[in-house]
Design a protein around this ligand. Sequence first.
Ligand SMILES: [Ca+2]
Length: 579
Amino acid sequence: MHAPISARLIPVAGAVALLFVASCANYQSNASTVPVECTQLASNFIASTTNGNVRLTATESVPAGLTVPGMAGPLPMPAHCKVSGKMNERTGADGKPYAIGFEMRLPVAWSGRFLLQANGGADGVVPPAVGNVSSAATTNALMQGFAVLSSDAGHTAESGPVVGLVGGNLFGMDPQARLDYGYQANGALAPMAKKLISSHYGQPPKTSYMMGCSNGGRHAMVAASRYADQFDGLIAGNPGFNLPKAAVQHAWDIQSFSAVNPDVKAAFPPADMKLLADAVLDKCDALDGLVDGMVNNLAACQKAFDVKALQCTAGKTAQCLSAPQVIALQKVFAGPVNSKGEQLYADWPWDAGVGASQIGFGSWRSWKLQGPIAGLPIIGVLGGGSLAYTFTTPPKPVAGNPPALIKSLMEYNFDIDAPKIFATHETFKESSVQFMTPPDASALRQLQAKGGKLMVYHGTSDPVFSFNDTRNWYEALDRNHAGKADSFARLFPVPGMNHCQGGPATEQFDMLTAMVNWVEKGQAPDQVIATALTGVNPDVPANWVSNGKPRTRPLCPYPKQVRYKGSGDINDAASFACQ
Ligand SMILES: [Ca+2]
């Protein structure tokens, strides 16, 4: 399928270039070149950059009208040039072939912006480079005219019956693949992508962004620390910036819940988790001034709620939790500790989203109690593969079948095994905490100095990465920046939201447009309007709708909280303010 892309490309790029010259005095210092049409890129693009060798493996002019999956249904793609390629092809220490695989989608109607789409999980695949805002149902970056890059972060996930459920983690046997996953792939990709943009459009990007959720949020926070020179704005959703420590929590969770019942989904049936969530709401919903099924004063809630009050005084009934259940919840929410009582990750907030019953890849129940994968009690068990291969130094192979993964987590020792996330080795010279965690995460002086911006959002009922850990990070950042971190970095808690989506929450919002307005117009995001996916997300109560329109709410930059103005529709964001 070959649309007349090149015929339309040159006038558009020319118009964009003229606009930039008119609006940005420094822009002419960036040498412009003759645009190279899509299908000629492979033979014209320079084969190496200062950051490594590049090979473009395919180019394709994609006409408008095709769709990609979005949060709540397919989204249309505009006409664009799709480029696939590999960087730094090599043979790993484990004898396997490695490369940083990537694709770029370069829209014909280019806005002059670049987005590095940071992906989730253990990476290892190249999802379509459309810039999915994980929490926006009706838009993506490609639709907004961004040139978007997506990558596998330096390794290919292996699949098949032999490698089983650890196929995505085997790259941890190769030290360079660990470093690429941690940070070096993005460090190589960003400048390469800018050169590719320059080659195609004849102009480099005017502004550059990065966005992702989960491990993708971690990528964005790592880049805010390591590669601030490459980006003007970064969006980190539910960031796993302490991912090795959060993986230790998986072992802690399954050991804690298994003490109630080895079948953890039976340890806490959905009705008991609803009982817990209802009890949280009973104590906390009104603390923010409005009974609306949302806990906006999370700090007050932690003081008001005591899970022990739910403990049965006699036998277990539908109205109370057994003593072992209460102990398990106390342990899980307090976070992992070693035998000296030293905290190994973070504690977790009590919040209304812990009762979300949806079985999917984002939900509290799926990560902690009942997963969607046959044979695995919870998705968190997959963290056993990450812990063993990628976060433990040296790596400690584990078989990729559910019983082996469960056994590895059940036998995980918090005195002996947990310190190995900090360990180095003659072959593996950086510990997983070093290569996964942003250096000096709470002192982002280079980002601040260049005028860069960081927006972080985090569901307060995230079962994978603790909101409290992110809140603690932001408070430290604010201290280190003299109480003025909000001049360049803002944290938006999303009440009730689970892991990047889901839960009884207003979970869809467009942080990317808010970020562009901050970077390019100087409009700091004092609030971001979020909308509930009423009728799509089963955890959203049916009454979160007025006149056929789903509930909307402002998300507020921490420590501000959303407050009801005292009158007006409680399902309309206009009735609320950030205070
Ligand atoms: Ca409330």
